[in-house]
Design a binder for this molecule. Structure first.
Ligand SMILES: N[C@@H](CCC(=O)N[C@@H](CS)C(=O)NCC(=O)O)C(=O)O
Length: 228
């Protein structure tokens, strides 16, 4: 059954990104809608009405509101028919998703919002954690001996990891160079045609650490939860 899918989010590159990558990989149609366009009000006025008071939210068939990015990812995986049937493999894939998700804070807010000395301090403070988690993610791929975390085709967990690794390049492009297996993983994801065309056309995130902006349809907008 084909669903109507609307992905509600803000002007930032964070937790909606893995769902978007998975939707593009699986070639499932969806519409990206800013919170203020969907609700017709500023976020501060609608936050309390949203099921878990945060976004992203996937609205299915104009009726079902699915919040929590991991729930959104696993739903997409299921409707695309690429969910993992083996219980052990599925549990391991869930461990990978959660381990990637723990990179969200402080990586995503720092990249999208922090500036000047605050950006530099946060970057320095998070390095030990990033190094340690990248080591874990690198080892999981080596132990698995497959192209991706589950098998030779990507699943939701692969896009969750990819998003955070990709974002880390805007924090410190050299960090990933210490992990050749993760670099190869990034290359493998980026070389998938449907993913490549999304990556080449998505809003660019510019002026990170200075005055972060997303370039949407050629116009640079300050990142955030407010309409501009
Ligand atoms: N656990 C949630 C976290 C969602 C979250 O932190 N959303 C942020 C943007 S990435 C948000 O809604 N910020 C606005 C707010 O909290 O008012 C998920 O995985 O979706």
């Amino acid at each position: 059954m084909k669903h109507k899918l609307e992905l509600i989010y803000f002007k930032m590159r964070a937790l909606a990104e893995a769902p978007r990558l998975l939707l593009h990989y699986t070639e499932i149609d969806y519409e990206d809608i800013m919170s203020w366009d969907y609700y017709g009000k500023e976020w501060s006025e609608v936050k309390s009405e949203v099921p878990f008071k945060q976004l992203p939210m996937l609205v299915v068939d104009q009726k079902h509101e699915i919040c929590q990015s991991i729930a959104i990812l696993t739903f997409i995986e299921k409707i695309a028919g690429i969910n993992i049937s083996d219980s052990i493999q599925n549990a391991k894939a869930n461990a990978v998703i959660q381990s990637a998700q723990e990179l969200f804070m402080p990586l995503n807010p720092t990249i999208n919002f922090s500036v000047g000395d605050r950006f530099k301090k946060k970057r320095e403070d998070m390095m030990p954690f990033l190094n340690s988690r990248f080591e874990d993610l690198d080892r999981a791929l080596k132990d698995n001996d497959k192209k991706f975390y589950v098998d030779d085709k990507p699943h939701a967990c692969d896009f969750a990891v990819f998003h955070h690794l990709d974002l880390s390049k805007l924090l410190d492009p050299k960090l990933i160079n210490k992990f050749p297996r993760l670099e190869k993983f990034i290359e493998d994801i980026e070389s998938i045609e449907t993913v490549k065309s999304y990556l080449n056309s998505r809003p660019q995130l510019i002026d990170v650490g200075v005055e972060p902006k997303l370039v949407i349809d050629g116009v640079a907008h300050p990142t955030g939860v407010k309409k501009t």
